[in-house]
Design a protein around this ligand. Structure first.
Ligand SMILES: [Zn+2]
Ligand SMILES: [Zn+2]
Length: 173
């Protein structure tokens, strides 16, 4: 009776683990689909922008041919506003893409893993970084922080986990 209960408990654990693994794989597949879709949306909007740019050019030229290119003003303003709106949408889609790719952008422009605590380029400290950083940082590779051993990219000047300056301290080979 007792042994049976324990075995039942173990089976439950296994099932939980299997379910967890399956849902993580499903998560990843779902994310890949979303990355593809979001990238396609961005590409589509960029193409639309190029089309509207051509329309602007055409309308200016049309007005020029009619003797007063400034007459195209209202049309140019209307079309430019369309481009502005599409650029705003692209910005949002790019943020979404970064979220899906588990990345974020530092104010200096460097794209870093979403859980980095420090920018590897300028050394800025991020306000919020999830606690899962250790798990994410333990990947195969050779370059590690001279201080905390976190996995780093070849050109990282600052550790993304502890923020220590990698050039100030000599790297251990
Ligand atoms: Zn930075
Ligand atoms: Zn470090």
């Amino acid at each position: 009776m007792h042994a049976k209960l324990i075995q039942g408990g173990l089976e439950m654990k296994w099932l939980d683990l299997l379910r967890e693994g399956a849902s993580r794989a499903a998560d990843k597949a779902q994310r890949t689909v979303e990355v593809t879709r979001t990238s396609a949306q961005i590409a589509g909007k960029r193409k639309q922008i190029r089309n509207v740019m051509r329309q602007i050019g055409a309308s200016v030229y049309e007005a020029y041919k009619n003797g007063d290119f400034t007459a195209s003003g209202p049309e140019v303003v209307r079309l430019s506003a369309q481009i502005e709106e599409m650029e705003r949408e692209i910005g949002n889609l790019e943020l979404e893409l970064q979220r899906l790719n588990r990345e974020k952008t530092c104010s200096c422009g460097k794209v870093v893993p979403y859980n980095a605590r420090f920018c590897p380029d300028c050394g800025k400290r991020f306000e919020t970084a999830p606690e899962t950083i250790n798990a994410a940082l333990e990947v195969e590779g050779s370059l590690r922080c001279v201080k905390c051993d976190a996995e780093l990219e070849a050109d990282d000047r600052f550790c993304i986990r502890c923020g220590s300056d990698q050039s100030a301290l000599s790297r251990q080979e």
